[in-house]
Design a protein around this ligand. Structure first.
Ligand code: NAD
Length: 338
């Protein structure tokens, strides 16, 4: 049996990546749409064979509690709106899948976790890389010791943000909606990857930021931010995040026996892995999977079998805490213990 999902926010990611992938799911199906634009919602409802009674506005969203066809609400809104809609969804008795970054403050993350706990609902943050076969394969190889002892991790995530060309980038350069710049949006992939690849939580961060303040895109949010994470075992991660690089989303893990490269590490499709050592390098054969369907199915299975999601609210909160520490380190020029 499939559980019904309501999508909140019918923007670029929701319409281009998520909604088309329900057809590949075993336990998840599209059941309702929540949007600020009735025309867009009606058109999409028709396209996906949903009745008009399954279309909600942001104002009447709370009445979704009376719709038994909806089990899970998936929030795909600008970052600062995640908290409000997660809390309203939990209060309406629905389980919540919420996009990354979980929220724009630690306090909001804590309120989201508390609301879902109080309503006895699941809360999962949509970290799709945790459901992506190349990343899962890399984690397995690292844990099995294939690279030897891990010494360092590097990861770079960047792309040119284009608010004058792409509607989806307009809110990304507005601090009140995005919470921050490249780090909140894509640097978070490097941060999260450093954690799941090392399998550890950082104890200290350092950072440096540079943004050209004469560029109107960076009047409110950061462009380039470089940060390091020190992990308890001594693993050092050094990461860069940018809103002006030509697109890059890669990571490399350095062990004392071999290194492992994922380039891209966090794309929508076509990942590649290379493993190398003194003898040369090889490209293991890994089957590309559907990370979106896997993620949606996982959320549904957690509800069906009363399991804790692999990436629960607590996972989202950790990254938001580290992001705040990175911003503090960049501002003060001092290492910050976390
Ligand atoms: P988008 O701008 O295309 O979509 C956001 C939607 O929210 C739009 O339909 C917009 O109309 C609506 N909205 C509601 N209130 C708004 C307001 N006050 N201001 C602006 N828009 C408002 O953006 P997107 O790229 O789809 O990103 C949405 C969320 O999804 C973000 O949290 C982003 O981080 C996340 N995202 C995740 C991935 C991923 O790979 N997991 C990829 C892209 C985006």
């Amino acid at each position: 049996d499939k559980l019904g999902f309501a999508i909140v926010g019918l923007g670029k990611f929701a319409t281009e990546q998520i909604m088309p992938n329900f057809k590949a799911c075993q336990h998840a199906r599209l059941a309702a749409l929540v949007s600020g634009s009735p025309d867009k919602a009606r058109k999409l409802a028709a396209q996906y064979d949903l009745p008009e009674t399954s279309v909600y506005s942001y104002d009447n969203f709370d009445s979704i509690k009376d719709n038994p066809d909806v089990d899970i609400v998936y929030i795909i809104l600008p970052n600062s709106l995640h908290a409000e809609f997660t809390i309203r969804a939990a209060e309406a008795g629905k389980h919540v899948l919420c996009e990354k970054p979980m929220a724009t403050s630690v306090e909001d993350c804590e309120k989201m976790i508390a609301a879902c706990q109080q309503a006895d609902r699941k809360l999962m943050i949509a970290y799709r890389a945790h459901f992506e076969p190349f990343n899962l394969d890399a984690i397995e190889r690292i844990r099995k010791g294939e690279l030897g002892t891990i010494k360092a991790i590097t990861s770079d995530h960047g792309r040119p943000v284009k608010p004058t060309e792409d509607e989806a980038d307009v809110w990304r350069v507005v601090k009140k909606l995005a919470g921050g710049g490249s780090l909140m949006d894509i640097g978070i992939y490097a941060l999260n990857a450093a954690r799941y690849l090392s399998g550890e939580e950082p104890v200290e961060v350092t950072a440096q930021e540079f943004s050209d303040k004469s560029d109107p895109r960076f009047a409110e949010v950061e462009d380039n931010i470089h940060f390091t994470l020190r992990f308890p075992s001594g693993v050092l991660a050094s990461c860069t995040s940018s809103y002006s690089y030509s697109e890059v989303k890669r990571g490399r893990v350095f062990g004392d026996k071999a290194w492992l490269d994922l380039d891209p590490l966090s794309d929508y499709k076509k990942h590649t892995m290379k493993i190398g050592d003194d003898e040369g390098k090889q490209e293991p054969e890994i089957e590309e999977g559907n990370q979106f369907a896997a993620e949606l199915d996982h959320m549904a299975e957690c509800v069906l079998h009363n399991k804790t999601p692999k990436t629960p609210g607590e996972e989202g909160l950790k990254d938001v805490r580290y992001i705040m520490a990175i911003y503090e380190a960049a501002k003060t020029g001092k290492a910050v213990k976390v």
